[in-house]
Ligand binder design. Structure first.
Ligand SMILES: CC(C)(COP(=O)(O)OP(=O)(O)OC[C@H]1O[C@@H](n2cnc3c(N)ncnc32)[C@H](O)[C@@H]1OP(=O)(O)O)[C@@H](O)C(=O)NCCC(=O)NCCS
Length: 217
């Protein structure tokens, strides 16, 4: 198995990316980072360690010696001054994206295994319009279900550092037009005014049985 994985979004110059399919506990962690996973099972320790490794590798474009990355109260990584970023790990892949705060306000990524989103979950995580979208994809329905779920997780990671809000899956709707995805707030009392919905760029890709989604503005 290779130690690094190809860059999934090669055309994005503003964003530094590092992905790997080698999920092991080999990143030197600071005492405070180690504290975060002190009581975690080995699988979680490996995922955390690999995520921190990816994040520091992605940060190198902006910072010579990337520091420890601690956790905010919502579980979000605390990125170094002047940067924004996001981390994700599945059972097979981990990755991080980082950008300069002067160019990108917020960013989220997510990795999911295609088929992990079962039919019975759909009414819990998707709106009727989104389920209709999936039903229209016939042979690709499993991919699309995973894709929409992953896009919502990416959006959640994008918005949390700006709003501090926990959002339900049905608080946000996804629409697709000619292959371009956009997010909209479903009528709710949440104040999402910090999110420039019409400026969010969305990208996604498939690598083997993994879906990787990215959103940023
Ligand atoms: C937090 C959540 C998005 C993580 O997604 P996941 O698919 O379970 O796991 P991933 O491996 O993709 O991501 C985990 C990483 O996300 C990051 N993360 C966790 N909480 C976060 C938050 N509140 N904001 C931003 N990033 C966060 C962390 O870096 C974490 O890895 P680490 O703990 O090793 O640092 C998910 O568990 C969750 O709670 N979702 C419910 C809310 C939601 O998604 N609603 C959709 C609304 S549209």
């Amino acid at each position: 198995m290779s130690a690094t994985f190809t860059v999934p979004f090669p055309e994005l110059s503003l964003i530094s990316q590092y992905f790997t399919d080698h999920l092991i506990e080999d990143e030197p962690l600071s005492p405070s980072e180690l504290q975060i996973i002190a009581r975690s099972v080995p699988k979680r320790r490996a995922a955390f360690s690999t995520g921190r490794k990816c994040a520091r590798q992605a940060l190198v474009r902006f910072i010579d010696a990337p520091p420890e990355l601690l956790q905010g109260k919502g579980g979000e990584p605390i990125w170094p001054e002047g940067t924004v970023g996001s981390i994700s790990h599945s059972t097979k892949l981990a990755g991080a994206v980082v950008a300069s705060k002067s160019e990108v306000t917020a960013i989220g990524i997510d990795i999911e295994t295609i088929g992990g989103v079962k039919q019975a979950m759909l009414p819990l995580i998707l709106l009727d319009t989104e389920i209709e979208m999936i039903n229209g994809k016939h042979n690709d329905a499993a991919l699309w279900a995973t894709l929409l779920f992953s896009l919502k997780e990416s959006f959640y990671k994008l918005q949390y550092p700006l709003t501090g809000l926990w959002l339900d899956f049905k608080d946000i709707s996804i629409s697709e037009n000619n292959g371009k995805f956009s997010f909209m707030q479903v009528k709710s009392s949440h104040d999402l005014s910090a999110i420039s919905f019409d400026q969010i760029k969305v990208d996604w890709t498939v690598a083997s049985d993994q879906v990787i989604t990215l959103c940023y503005f």
